[in-house]
Design a binder for this molecule. Structure first.
Ligand SMILES: C[S@@+](CC[C@H](N)C(=O)[O-])C[C@H]1O[C@@H](n2cnc3c(N)ncnc32)[C@H](O)[C@@H]1O
Length: 282
């Protein structure tokens, strides 16, 4: 490896991958690129023409493919806005030339569960509405409560450690009923409820307009398998949530980010000076 492990480089990710990473040395890529929906970043212009954006994503995908191991996993988190719902799928379709889409995970940010739909489940005592909720105006759209995590691999048959992020059975009588159900842990499936930290920030105090919680990269890395993960790459690392996840899990990381303010915040968080930053005002 030409770059240093456990470092965030203030650098364009294409240049960074090309100059600092050798072929097939990364086990897991987990990242969230700009979505091309007009998010107001400090430095990056998120309003470039769609064709240019998709061409750029294609270049990023080619480099990701070069540096990822044959049995590696590439988790791409991407969101949308109500007036532009196609963008995640346009990106996924662009990446289809280079990767197999092995799983599609829905990152659920907010959910409402009604008691009457749950039945006799002792832990749920009433209606539940949990997670991040940002009201939108008008009458056309539902509030946006999810984003995608596309899980790309080179072959489509990368073995995963599903029980590493497993959940207990609701109906315990299922344990032992199926051959595979030997203990009280099952695959959680492809809908992941991951809330933001519940901290209130005024708009101008928000250091970054579009982050994911550290738990998101943690779950991706654990699903790929901690025992086969040495190096994690985040080409668009923002304020360092993938680095925080890697530190918690004890795996190495390398990240790229073009904005010096975000890199500075990431470094402070890594050094333990700032613990949490919520992405949105809650
Ligand atoms: C959706 S945000 C990622 C946020 C990150 N997941 C977090 O939790 O902090 C996308 C990031 O990509 C950065 N970016 C844009 N163009 C870049 C490039 N060419 N190379 C590296 N980073 C870039 C933006 O500054 C922004 O911070």
């Amino acid at each position: 490896m030409r770059g240093e492990k456990n470092r965030i480089y203030l650098m364009d990710c294409l240049e960074g991958m090309k100059t600092l990473l050798d072929p097939e040395e990364v086990d897991v890529i987990v990242t969230s690129p700009p979505y091309n929906i007009g998010v107001e970043y400090n430095k990056y212009d998120d309003t470039i023409p769609r064709e240019n954006y998709l061409n750029w994503m294609e270049e990023v995908a080619k480099e990701c493919k070069r540096v990822l191991k044959r049995e590696g996993s590439f988790f791409l988190n991407i969101g949308h806005k109500p007036t532009d719902l196609w963008v995640p799928w346009e990106v996924a379709f662009t990446l289809r030339k280079y990767f197999t889409l092995q799983n599609v995970i829905t990152w659920v940010k907010s959910i409402a569960i009604q008691k009457e739909d749950v039945g006799k489940y002792p832990n749920i005592k009433g209606d539940i509405t949990v997670g991040h909720y940002k009201p939108i105006g008008g009458e056309r759209f539902l509030n946006d409560c999810f984003e995608y995590i596309f899980h790309f691999t080179k072959s489509g048959d990368v073995k995963l450690n599903r029980l590493a992020i497993g959940v207990p059975y609701q109906d315990k009588s299922n344990i032992g009923r199926w051959k595979s159900a030997t203990k009280d842990l099952r695959c959680r499936g492809n809908t992941w409820f991951i809330p933001y930290e519940t901290i209130k920030y005024k708009h101008k105090e928000r250091p970054h307009p579009s982050t994911f919680p550290p738990k998101l990269p943690m779950m991706c890395i654990e699903l790929h398998g901690l025992n086969k993960t040495d190096l994690v790459l985040d080409p668009f690392i923002g304020i360092g949530n993938t680095a925080i996840a890697c530190m918690k899990l004890g795996v190495n990381y390398i990240g790229f980010e073009i904005d010096e303010i975000y890199v500075k915040i990431a470094e402070q968080r890594i050094r333990g000076k700032l613990l949490y930053y919520a992405s949105e005002t809650l």
